[in-house]
Design a protein around this ligand. Structure first.
Ligand code: F3S
Length: 274
């Protein structure tokens, strides 16, 4: 069986940057998981003593606190400052952009529509920067909203699909005179998605490596499944099931934007053994 890696996969710029920042701040804590990959979080704890606060109330005065790639809500940042924490900002710059857009457009009197998952930390953070903000996952959800303003500005969660964002933008255009559209979807996700799409068209089995709670990893799996029925999401090499590979000729591999290279390499090694 041939094994082929997608032409673009794995760590994106924002995640690499956050890990670099965390590695340079030993004996610190991250506010929420730094990235959506438990193995890398464990490695940072073991090798750099970077701990994790899940709850802002647990932060002690004077702690060094690293803000996760997805950002945090404005109020949490305020609380950290009140606690005199030394705040190190590892928010991905592509997440800071929608935060700033929401802040600016909200101050100019626009209602804000965020295309994304309201329970995702990135969306919670971006939402906190506006006053009249609505989060939707599809265009149907717009029909239930009574907007306070006729002026709408819209941003998307960085890991969303462009074609779905366009459907939301289209619906807004049909119902509002003024719609300001900001394309905040991250190209890194797009590049990994395009490469996964291409490879899954030729492979007869696809392995997607990444955290099961990672939104962009799940999207990669969806894309692969569209083209290749035998697509599997695994977090590490221990989840590889040899039965999947019977009669398979080409195994494609891709990995989410928070998946470390060393995890990918272990999976590739195990597949080569098969
Ligand atoms: Fe940033 Fe894009 Fe990665 S938003 S964290 S570079 S997927």
């Amino acid at each position: 069986m041939e094994i082929k890696l997608a032409s673009s996969y794995g760590f994106c710029f924002g995640v690499k940057r956050a890990i670099q920042i965390a590695s340079e701040h030993q004996n610190s804590f991250t506010m929420g998981p730094l990235i959506h990959n438990q193995k890398e979080i464990d490695r940072l704890k073991n090798e750099n003593n970077v701990g994790l606060y899940e709850n802002i109330d647990d932060v002690n005065n004077g702690d060094t606190v690293i803000i996760r790639t997805h950002g945090i809500p404005k109020n949490d940042l305020h609380t950290l400052k009140q606690k005199e924490a030394k705040v190190i900002n590892a928010t991905c710059p592509f997440v800071t952009t929608p935060q700033n857009i929401v802040k600016k457009m909200s101050s100019e009197g626009y209602s804000i529509v965020i295309f994304g998952d309201s329970s995702h930390p990135e969306v919670k953070g971006v939402k906190s920067y506006g006053d009249d903000v609505y989060v939707v996952l599809n265009s149907d959800e717009l029909k239930t909203i009574k907007f306070k303003n006729d002026k709408i500005a819209t941003v998307a969660q960085t890991t969303r699909k462009k074609d779905e964002y366009l459907k939301i933008v289209n619906e807004l255009m049909l119902t509002h005179k003024e719609v300001r559209v900001f394309n905040t979807i991250c190209d890194a996700t797009f590049e990994n998605q395009a490469a996964a799409r291409e490879l899954s068209l030729e492979a007869d089995i696809m392995i997607v490596i990444g955290g099961k709670n990672s939104s962009n990893t799940k999207q990669l799996l969806d894309i692969c499944k569209t083209n290749c029925f035998d697509s599997y999401l695994i977090e590490d090499e221990s989840e590889i099931n040899p039965n999947w590979f019977k009669n398979k000729k080409l195994c494609g591999i891709t990995a989410g934007a928070s998946t470390p290279d060393w995890v990918i390499q272990k999976c590739v090694d195990k597949l080569r053994e098969l």
